[in-house]
Design a protein around this ligand. Structure first.
Ligand SMILES: C[S@@+](CC[C@H](N)C(=O)[O-])C[C@H]1O[C@@H](n2cnc3c(N)ncnc32)[C@H](O)[C@@H]1O
Length: 230
């Protein structure tokens, strides 16, 4: 009887979030339900230590690989900023593809701490992207982001801060959860930016997870917004 009740509650996102809090186990449901910057800092501080194992490996997470490859295929080069770098999964793939130098930015000091341990980043910038990035204008020839433009995380209002620190001609590869893209009005923002601020916009759709994924989100997709700063 208890097992049936638990199974029922897990299927309701708000209840799954509360259960996650009770169990003190950060997970995708909890992450998708985040609201304030303080919520993000709290959840990712808890998750940082085992994010790579308990989420990325277990769920066969592939989006960081697909985003990094799309960036390189589009001609992207360093210096690159990895936005919402987390534990550094996307940066690690980029470094493996010969791209550098790479800086990491994230709101979570604990996630950045894990990223810096991978020895692939030049610098770590702790910042809430909604408040801008403390880096000089025109700093980067490339901007990548995987898994951060998603439910409960960043929306299109974060894009101007990225444009400011990108050089003219800089290559962008930003993954945007496909359902989040529809709900948050990314199409309108990118359409406006394409009137002169950005060039060569394409939006290939990719699966976020691989064939080993099993959970309710296993078939979720993301659009990778590929464009250059004009
Ligand atoms: C799902 S993780 C993705 C991490 C990594 N890019 C990956 O693909 O595994 C989302 C990341 O976005 C960061 N984040 C959330 N809100 C943010 C904000 N307002 N500013 C900067 N980073 C933020 C979180 O701390 C977290 O590390």
């Amino acid at each position: 009887m208890q097992a049936i009740a638990l199974e029922y509650l897990i299927r309701i996102p708000q209840c799954a979030f509360l259960l996650g809090m009770i169990e003190k186990t950060p997970n995708l449901h909890a992450a998708y339900a985040l609201d304030s910057p303080e919520d993000h800092k709290r959840l990712y501080a808890e998750w940082a230590g085992d994010y790579d194992e308990s989420f990325a490996a277990l769920e066969d997470y592939q989006l960081h690989i697909r985003t990094a490859r799309a960036f390189v295929t589009a001609g992207g080069q360093g210096p690159v900023l990895d936005v919402g770098a987390g534990t550094g999964l996307c940066g690690a793939v980029l470094a493996g593809l010969g791209v550098g130098p790479i800086d990491a930015t994230d709101i979570s000091a604990e996630m950045l701490d894990q990223a810096m341990r991978k020895d692939i980043y030049r610098d770590a910038i702790e910042a809430d992207l909604n408040l801008g990035i403390p880096a000089p204008r025109d700093s980067y020839a490339g901007i990548v982001s995987s898994g951060t433009f998603t439910h409960g995380h960043l929306g299109p209002e974060a894009l101007p801060a990225l444009m400011r620190i990108a050089r003219p001609g800089a290559q962008f590869a930003l993954s945007i959860n496909a359902k989040h893209y529809e709900k948050l009005g990314f199409a309108e923002t990118l359409h406006k930016m394409a009137q002169g601020q950005i060039l060569n916009l394409t939006l290939p759709e990719v699966r976020i997870y691989g064939d080993l994924a099993a959970g309710p989100n296993k078939d979720d997709t993301a659009l990778i917004a590929l464009f250059e700063r004009a």
